[in-house]
Structure formats: structure tokens, C-alpha cells
Design a protein around this ligand. Structure first.
Ligand code: NAP
Length: 313
């Protein structure tokens, strides 16, 4: 398991780090940067007055800036932690105030669309390293963050060919400093992999919970009262932030539609197996999926406790 240790002063990945967007991810980064001593100074900014007030009350970072310009003033690194649909607009705001050689990075769950939007506004003297920590919870907002969110989780970097090696190395060191395992891949590959492992499961969860809510034959109170493990687990995922997930689907349209088409085919095959009583087909699939779950647990990406460890007395 990766272990995050506090950085020695002389080897800090960043001097002055600006975090824009103080939600689950932005606040977790602020807390982790302080806990593991990864930047000399951490400045946060959010477009919402209310969120800035809350962040101040929570004591996040060293400073809560009152404008985009103030937040990035003198920053050698900027992390954009807003919904993917807002990344381009944020870069347009900060572009005139970025210092020479500033590293701009992000945490967006989609990479191709974010890279395109950022490139439209990023000045030539700044260096962009696209990043996506594969870590999160269903909660959002500045109070949802915690410093160990990224420990032993993956962070995927998708620097383009010929990207700035020093900037990529520093962003890598920052994520490793927060306890994450870092992997590099192309943006297209990232978007396809995440469509399968994250975006499709969220779409299915939103759909199942929506269908149950729409069903007229079962009252809503019964859906809640008799919610068995399977349904309950879907409701956790379906409680994820609506803005964030709307943006993910709109900005990873092609990859999501591609894996959704494949999913629909496989679902039809399952329906057929049920209709024709092909128990061996069902058994073979359910055995294969059980092995996948065990693999995830064995790699330390999930607890081995039954029912996710909920039943502790
Ligand atoms: P969040 O908790 O909803 O926080 C996002 C924050 O950004 C909110 O405070 C929002 O303010 C603010 N914001 C929105 N537009 C802005 C703008 N134009 N300028 C400045 N601030 C703005 O979301 P999150 O979960 O931290 O997600 C942030 C990013 O991380 C997203 O790109 C998401 O794809 C990525 N990500 C999320 C997870 C996860 O599990 N949550 C995991 C990995 C990556 P308002 O509330 O006022 O809109």
C-alpha cells in the first residue's frame, strides 16, 4: 500500500499552490497538501461566496482568495477542481494572471474535452498537465473533504506527447506525496477506460434508482423500507453530485455511448438466457464477476468485509 509521508521543506513539489473550486476534491487536496507538507502556501478560491465563507470557517488552506486573479497571483501551480464543463471558463479567467512557467493541472473525470477547453485559453507561458484522481465519495462541497482521500488510490495523468516533462514530474510528485499511485496514459484511452469503470456504473445507478422511483406498483415508502443491499448500494452511487455527473456525460459522450451500446447487447443476452432457462450461462457469468470483485479486494482497492463493513455493531 502506498504511504504518504510529509515532504522535507527543500523538496516541496510546489511553493504557492492555488486550488480553484472548493468542493470534495478541492478541499481534500487542500487538507492533504497541508498534512503531507506539499506546498509552502495553499490559496483557495471558489466562485460561490457561500462556499468561500464555509471554507474560511473550516480553516482550509492558508488563505481564501476573493477573486480568480488574486488566487493565482504568484502561484507556481494551479489545480482546477471544478465540474468539467466549467474548466474552460476558469482558465479564461485566470489566463491573464498566470505567472511565467506556472503549472496548471486539473482533476476532471473526463480528459479529452477538458484538454480541448483548457487549450483554447491557456497562455503559451503556462504548462498544462491534465490529471484525474480516481478517488471520491458521493458527497460534495467543502465540508466533504478529508486528507486521506487519495491514499492508495490511482491518479491518472494524460500529458500529451511532447508535454513538459518537468511539470509532469512535479505533478506526479505532488500526487504521490498525497499517497496516490500515479499512471500515465493517453486522454482517449483514459476516457474509454473510465467510461467502463466509472461513468457507465453511475449511469446504471441513476437509471435503476430512477426506475424504482417511477414504478407505480410499489410505493416509494416500500422502496426505501425494503431496500436490500443491491438497491441500497445503487442509491449511494446515485446520490453523487448532479452537476458533476451531468458534465461528465455531456463531455464524454462518444465513449459513454460506445460502452452503453455494448452494455445493452450484453443485457439483451442476459434477458435471453433467463427467458430460455440457460442457467449455465448465468452461472458462468456470475462466477466470472465474482472473481473480478475478489481481484479488486486483493489489490487493496476495496474492503474485504461483508456488506462493505457496514454491519459493525
Ligand atoms: P463539488 O464538490 O461539487 O465542488 C465543485 C466546486 O466548484 C463547487 O464549490 C462549485 O461551486 C465550484 N465551481 C463551479 N463552477 C465554478 C467556476 N466556474 N469557478 C470556480 N468555482 C466553481 O465537486 P467535486 O466532487 O469536488 O468535483 C470537482 C472535479 O473533480 C470535477 O471535475 C469532477 O469531475 C472531479 N472528480 C470528482 C470526483 C468525485 O468523486 N466527486 C472524483 C474524481 C474527480 P457551486 O457549488 O457554487 O457550483
Amino acid at each position: 500500500m502506498a504511504e504518504a509521508k510529509a515532504h522535507p521543506e527543500e523538496a516541496l513539489p510546489f511553493e504557492r499552490l492555488a486550488i480553484i473550486g472548493i468542493g470534495l476534491i478541492g478541499s481534500s487536496i487542500a487538507l492533504a497538501a497541508r498534512r503531507f507538507a506539499l506546498a509552502r502556501r495553499v490559496v483557495l478560491f471558489d466562485i460561490s461566496d457561500e462556499v468561500r465563507r464555509e471554507a474560511r470557517a473550516l480553516g482550509l488552506g492558508d488563505e481564501i482568495a476573493s477573486s480568480f486573479a488574486e488566487s493565482v497571483d504568484g502561484a507556481d501551480a494551479v489545480i482546477i477542481c471544478v465540474p468539467v464543463g466549467a474548466c474552460g471558463a476558469v482558465v479564461a479567467e485566470i489566463a491573464p494572471h498566470l505567472q511565467q512557467n506556472a503549472i496548471v493541472t486539473d482533476v476532471g473525470s473526463v480528459k479529452g474535452a477538458v484538454i480541448k477547453a483548457v487549450r483554447e485559453h491557456l497562455p503559451a507561458h503556462a504548462r498544462f498537465v491534465p490529471a484525474h484522481p480516481v478517488a471520491g465519495t458521493e458527497n460534495s462541497g467543502p465540508a466533504a473533504g478529508f486528507p486521506s482521500l487519495f491514499v492508495n488510490r490511482w491518479c491518472i495523468l494524460t500529458p500529451p506527447n511532447g508535454g513538459d516533462e518537468d511539470a509532469t514530474a512535479r505533478v506526479r510528485a505532488f500526487w504521490e506525496g498525497m499517497g496516490a499511485n500515479v499512471e500515465l496514459m493517453s486522454a482517449d484511452h483514459h476516457d474509454l477506460v473510465l467510461a467502463v469503470t466509472s461513468h457507465l456504473p453511475h449511469l446504471i445507478a441513476y437509471n435503476i434508482v430512477g426506475t424504482a422511483d417511477d414504478l407505480q406498483s410499489v410505493t416509494q415508502s416500500e422502496v426505501i423500507k425494503f431496500s436490500a443491499g443491491g438497491f441500497r448500494d445503487f442509491t449511494r452511487i446515485a446520490a453523487s453530485d448532479p452537476t458533476m455527473w451531468r458534465d461528465v456525460f455531456l463531455h464524454n459522450k462518444e465513449a459513454v455511448l460506445e460502452v452503453l451500446a455494448r452494455f445493452n447487447e450484453d443485457l439483451s443476452a442476459l434477458a435471453r438466457a433467463i427467458r430460455w432457462g440457460e442457467g449455465d450461462k448465468l452461472f458462468e457469468l456470475f462466477s466470472r464477476t465474482r472473481t473480478i470483485r475478489r481481484g479488486i479486494v486483493n489489490q487493496g482497492q476495496e474492503t474485504a468485509e461483508p456488506d462493505f463493513g457496514r454491519r459493525k455493531v
